[in-house]
Design a protein around this ligand. Structure first.
Ligand SMILES: *Cc1c(COP(=O)(O)O)cnc(C)c1O
Length: 397
């Protein structure tokens, strides 16, 4: 094995420089802990970007993947394979959607949902094609999803943007009503905005958007790429909001528990895609869906979303106590185990850098906000440790 510096040199020389990486070169992970080349352990409160909701190398997932790898990994959707059916059934049995299509990422899931929405518009709304999304949203980085993502810094270098997306203020029904016109075929929003800074909508917002969509016969689509699979304390994020039931829902991140897997799901009444309309070479691949099926099954049987809810309450309580003693902290926001700490100054990069040095991995989601998205089965002791590392950092600012 090379030294960590040598790996960093390789990265600089051979890898496209599109991200600023954190210092550790990581070689393994178990549960909430990851280990670097020098043998240092870190508490991973990023969970591989809200992906490892059961933690690193969860037994149920590694077993399913290694068994499946020895049987059959890939056949294309020209043929029936079994793991995708098992996962599709688990999703449908535990939600309000009726049909599932698997793809490989969140952006692709939203692309698929957008295609479905445009077909809905073509069939039912005289060719309506426009999709209303929100400012500060994040829907992915493909050409269409850059237009859907209402954040200038994901858009400015790539204009002209794909037409057919309108970005309006989040948490504001009137803005959606004003943006609506005869070309509108759908609304696509996150139940809680993740990358936008852990923004939780007011009570009733999602439901009122849903009601507005129903009244206009346009599709109410939820991007659950980050909020799905237990993150908010319910298996799907929308289930944390009374009376909310999307027509279309997209998933990715934690769906494959580390395997690249996304999905868009729909109710039967708007399941308008037909043979030839959509496809994906790897989508629904036996390897990735075996990981997803094992993870989803474990999650449901062991009530992991409830653990997330309780641990989220516990962690927010601890952070709220910390806030009492630290002037720098202005707000604790969160639902389940998607938690943000907002600060007076734009010092999140500094806090994150110091946290790594003390063995805690977190994310600077905004210049003045750090975000926590640990595995959902994180222990109380690990939460205590993380908060105490944070406390030691704030105390020495
Ligand atoms: C991460 C994310 C995406 C994009 O997912 P990729 O797999 O990176 O394409 C889309 N929507 C939301 C809400 C996300 O958090």
């Amino acid at each position: 094995m090379l030294s960590s510096q040598e790996y960093k040199d390789l990265e600089k020389k051979y890898y496209m420089q599109v991200v600023n990486r954190m210092p550790p070169v990581l070689i393994k992970g178990k549960g909430t802990i990851v280990t670097d080349t020098d043998g240092n352990d870190y508490l991973d409160f990023t969970a591989g970007w809200a992906v490892l909701n059961l933690g690193h190398s969860h037994e149920s997932v590694t077993k399913a993947v290694s068994e499946q790898a020895g049987k059959i990994m890939q056949m294309s959707n020209l043929f029936y394979t079994i793991p995708q059916l098992s996962l599709a059934k688990t999703i449908v049995d535990n939600s309000d959607v009726d049909k599932v299509f698997f793809c490989n990422s969140g952006a692709e899931a939203n692309e698929g949902a957008s295609k479905l929405a445009r077909k809905w518009g073509k069939l039912k709304l005289n060719g309506a094609y426009e999709i209303i999304t929100t400012l500060n949203s994040f829907h992915g980085r493909t050409q269409a999803m850059m237009a859907a993502t209402g954040q200038p810094h994901y858009q400015n270098n790539w204009k002209p943007l794909m037409p057919g997306f309108v970005n309006v203020e989040y948490n504001n029904l009137d803005e959606i009503k004003n943006a609506y016109n005869k070309n509108t075929c759908a609304v696509l929003i996150e139940p809680v905005q993740g990358e936008g800074g852990v923004n939780i909508p007011d009570e009733g917002y999602l439901k009122s958007v849903q009601e507005f969509c129903r009244s206009k016969n346009i599709l109410f689509m939820l991007d659950e790429v980050q909020t799905g699979m237990g993150r908010l304390g319910t298996l799907f994020g929308y289930q944390s909001f009374d009376g909310v039931e999307p027509d279309v829902m997209t998933l990715a991140k934690a769906l494959g528990s580390g395997a690249p897997l996304g999905a868009f799901c729909t109710k039967d009444f708007c399941s308008v895609l037909e043979p030839g309309d959509h496809g994906s070479t790897f989508g629904g691949n036996a390897l990735t869906t075996s990981a997803g099926a094992a993870a989803a099954d474990y999650m449901v049987k062991n009530n992991i979303p409830t653990m997330a809810r309780n641990s989220g309450i516990y962690m927010r309580e601890k952070l709220t106590n910390l806030k009492e003693t630290v002037d720098q902290i202005t707000e604790i926001r969160g639902m389940g185990l998607l938690i943000g700490v907002e600060m007076q100054q734009e010092i999140s990069a500094k806090i994150v850098g110091e946290a790594v040095n003390k063995g805690l991995l977190i994310n600077a989601v905004r210049p003045n906000m750090i975000r926590f998205m640990p595995p959902l089965n994180v222990s109380k002791e690990e939460i205590d440790q993380a908060v105490s590392i944070l406390e030691s950092i704030y105390k020495t600012l």
